[in-house]
Design a binder for this molecule. Structure first.
Ligand code: SF4
Length: 357
């Protein structure tokens, strides 16, 4: 008997693609404030203690949601630039987004889901929640996120969420759908423990999201890249472990696409990135394309679609052109070296060829 795949409702690629192909703007990803209560050694955004100058005001954030909704968007993701829940406006935004009948995903480190009431608010608002948890060993997690005690708080958040109803799964097609995910970073210090984390997630009906380390921001440092980056063989091993433990292959090995990049990405000061090549994480490497304070979302979206068409919107394809448009030479060099060494982008196809089932 085949095992039913557990899927995370927050990243419904089929729904996003359907809207995209019908000509709509399907999804918007918003960064809230720069402020963060962790200090992850790999932080791609270099989030800090204070807000950035000129961050979008609450009324602007709400207006953006309305503009996106009017262009067809049915999905919203709130994830940063620092920790979204450090932004006091976050809860009002959740309310507002749900009032617009948009599905909402929150990506958080979980520190501030510190009461059952907050977890219940999220559950009652049908928010899909992805909580950062890199390891079952507190020492490893706390080291990676740069704060002692962070592991305990992340586990506490997961417990609150499970207690208020997130342990429930819904049957859809041949899958089980959950609204709770754990975000794990594919890095050397966490690697050996990831299979245990997979078992923990499976037992608790939590989707496990295996995220790539992005050599950008604090992760740009050569020493950090050397310490954290995993190689091709380690990735393959992890894919095999995933299949062995979960009973089905990881999405990433089936040419799964991150829906975030299909839509529009707006940062905390209103910049939109030209995410037209490579992987979903291009948003960290590509230059600003437009700013929502200077033109409407509709006009930006039209221009972005034209740009994608002219540059070929190719998934997982790394091009010279992509290198050329990365803004920072240090980033460009770190990314180029890392991709070459770790064969990023081709490992998935290789894995599929070798593991067709
Ligand atoms: S990676 Fe996320 S949680 Fe960690 S410091 Fe950066 S913004 Fe904060």
């Amino acid at each position: 008997m085949s095992v039913k795949r557990l899927v995370f409702s927050g990243f419904d690629i089929s729904g996003v693609l359907e809207l995209y192909e019908a000509g709509a703007l399907p999804m918007v990803t918003l960064w809230l404030s720069n402020r963060c209560d962790l200090n992850c050694i790999y932080c791609a955004t270099e989030a800090g203690q204070t807000p950035d100058k000129g961050e979008l005001e609450l009324y602007e954030l709400k207006d953006l949601i309305v503009q996106c909704r009017d262009l067809g968007a049915r999905f919203a993701v709130i994830n940063g630039k620092g920790e979204p829940l450090m932004d006091p406006r976050a809860w009002e935004m959740f309310d507002y987004i749900r009032e617009q009948n948009m599905a909402l995903t929150l990506v958080t480190n979980g520190i501030l889901i510190n009461t059952r009431e907050k977890a219940r608010f999220l559950f009652e608002h049908q928010v899909s929640v992805e909580v950062k948890l890199h390891h079952l060993d507190a020492n490893v997690h706390d080291y990676l996120v740069g704060r002692q005690g962070a592991h305990k708080l992340a586990v506490q958040a997961l417990n609150h969420l499970l207690e208020v109803g997130y342990a429930t799964v819904r049957e859809i097609d041949n899958c089980l759908e959950t609204q709770l995910a754990v975000e794990v970073l594919l890095v050397k210090p966490a690697l050996e423990g990831i299979p245990d984390l997979m078992r923990f997630c499976k037992e608790n009906n939590i989707y496990i999201s295996l995220d790539d380390f992005i050599p950008c921001g604090r992760g740009c440092d050569v020493g950090i890249v050397q310490e954290l980056a995993v190689n091709y063989e380690e990735r393959q091993w992890l894919c095999q472990e995933y299949k062995r433990i979960m009973g089905y292959p990881h999405y990433g090995t089936e040419n799964w696409q991150c829906p975030i990049r299909i839509g529009l990405f707006i940062d905390n000061v209103g910049n939109v990135r030209a995410d037209e090549s490579g992987s979903s994480c291009d948003i960290y490497f590509t230059p600003n394309f437009a700013n929502v304070r200077e033109e409407s979302v509709g006009s930006i979206w039209e221009k972005l679609l034209a740009l994608r068409a002219s540059r070929r919107f190719v998934l997982w394809e790394l091009t010279q052109e992509k290198e050329a448009i990365m803004p920072c030479p240090k980033m460009r060099e770190a990314q180029r070296k890392w991709e070459a060494e770790h064969r990023f982008g081709i490992w998935q196809q290789d894995y599929l060829v070798q593991n067709p089932n």
